[in-house]
Design a protein around this ligand. Structure first.
Ligand code: 13P
Ligand code: SF4
Length: 351
């Protein structure tokens, strides 16, 4: 059945020619990734989407990525997500209603529009990017977060960072901000569960969100690896916990992880703290140089939503497009897209 889907994808792609471009995130499964026209991390894919001339941008990734492609592409271009159920559980941890409530509650102790830059990780819904566009804020990705924090602090004295606490904490730490000047905002509690004194002290207010894939990686996995292979190297994604990041030799986006391992000396042994599809592909690609690439967790952990984009959905999507029927379009409402684009453009200009 898989061979049949592969053939259907090839045939539909051939019929579409350069009317469609297939953008693939590095976490996509091998049987989808093999069909990619272009691959990348979130920042690279955003740029590629904004530069594409194709009529159809078929996004093999998750919902927020297809939204960004829609926002950054020209109005007549169409952004498509082969399975509409491919979301991101971390992105779902922050909603516009809860962020607006946080903003209202903060306004009881200060004027947030003067004092606080809202920074949203690109792993968030378009309405949150629009919120940032409207309130002097900005978007960041895993590859530019410290630079985006610098941009933010050059304008206002505090940052409200959502939804990923780990990326916010690690990036703040990289900038030299002490951990006790970062506070966790729990969106289910009044005033985020913080006292006025805690809010006054905090330079970064971190939303209580996290990635369920990256939280599986533990410092104990690194300690065990280092005991076994004292010369081995550890590289992790900044969505990992602070302790995992602190104990790693290098931290980076998916694109940076791939490049760092590929550029390393032959025979290096790597422990990698990010999604399994990426790690398995990378291991295959570098093994001829004697490099060994190991996955950090002992259990299988894939991003279950990325995994939803399978060859069957992709074949169905492309065949419909080739027949002139648009399916699974991701369309951000115009007003929201306009405001979100302001926050995304600030990021692209600053990084
Ligand atoms: P990258 O931007 O590093 O590809 O990360 C996207 C993501 O969702 C990681 O979980
Ligand atoms: Fe979202 Fe985590 Fe999946 Fe990335 S790996 S898309 S952050 S759930």
């Amino acid at each position: 059945a898989d061979r049949e889907a592969t053939e259907r994808i090839r045939a539909a792609k051939a019929r579409l020619g350069n009317k469609a471009v297939l953008l693939c995130h590095h976490y996509q499964r091998a049987d989808v990734y093999q069909h990619a026209d272009l691959t990348g991390d979130s920042l690279k894919l955003s740029r590629l989407a904004s530069q594409s001339d194709a009529d159809y941008i078929v996004f093999c990734g998750v919902h927020f990525m297809a939204e960004v492609a829609d926002i950054l592409s020209r109005p007549e271009q169409i952004s498509i997500l082969p399975d509409l159920a491919a979301g991101c559980s971390m992105a779902d941890m922050a909603s516009l209603a809860k962020v607006e409530r946080a903003w209202r509650e903060l306004s009881s102790v200060m004027n947030p529009d003067e004092k606080v830059t809202p920074v949203t990780y690109i792993n968030s819904a378009a309405d949150l990017k629009a919120f940032c566009g409207e309130h002097g804020g900005i978007v960041c990705t895993s590859s530019n977060a410290p630079k985006i924090l610098e941009w933010s602090f050059a304008r206002r004295e505090k940052v409200l960072f959502f939804p990923d606490q780990h990326l916010g904490r690690w990036s703040g730490h990289k900038m030299g901000i002490p951990l006790d000047e970062m506070a966790i905002w729990n969106p289910d509690l009044e005033m985020g569960g913080l006292t006025k004194a805690q809010i006054a002290k905090a330079k970064i207010i971190l939303w209580h969100g996290y990635c369920s894939v990256h939280q599986m990686f533990q410092p104990a996995h690194i300690i065990k690896f280092r005991n076994q292979y004292p010369d081995g190297k550890v590289i992790s994604h900044p969505e990992c916990s602070f302790e995992v990041c602190r104990q790693s030799d290098a931290i980076g986006s998916t694109e940076t992880i791939i490049r760092t391992v590929k550029d390393s000396a032959p025979d290096t042994r790597w422990l990698v703290g990010t999604e399994l599809n990426l790690v398995e592909r990378l291991a295959e690609e570098v093994k001829h140089e004697g490099k060994i690439v190991q996955f950090m967790a002992p259990t299988v952990c894939m991003c279950s939503t990325m995994q939803r984009i399978d060859p069957q959905h992709l074949a169905w999507t492309l065949e419909n497009l080739a027949d002139g029927r648009v399916v699974n379009q991701i369309k951000v409402p115009e007003h929201e897209a306009g405001l979100a684009k302001i926050a995304l453009q600030r990021m692209l200009d600053a990084s």
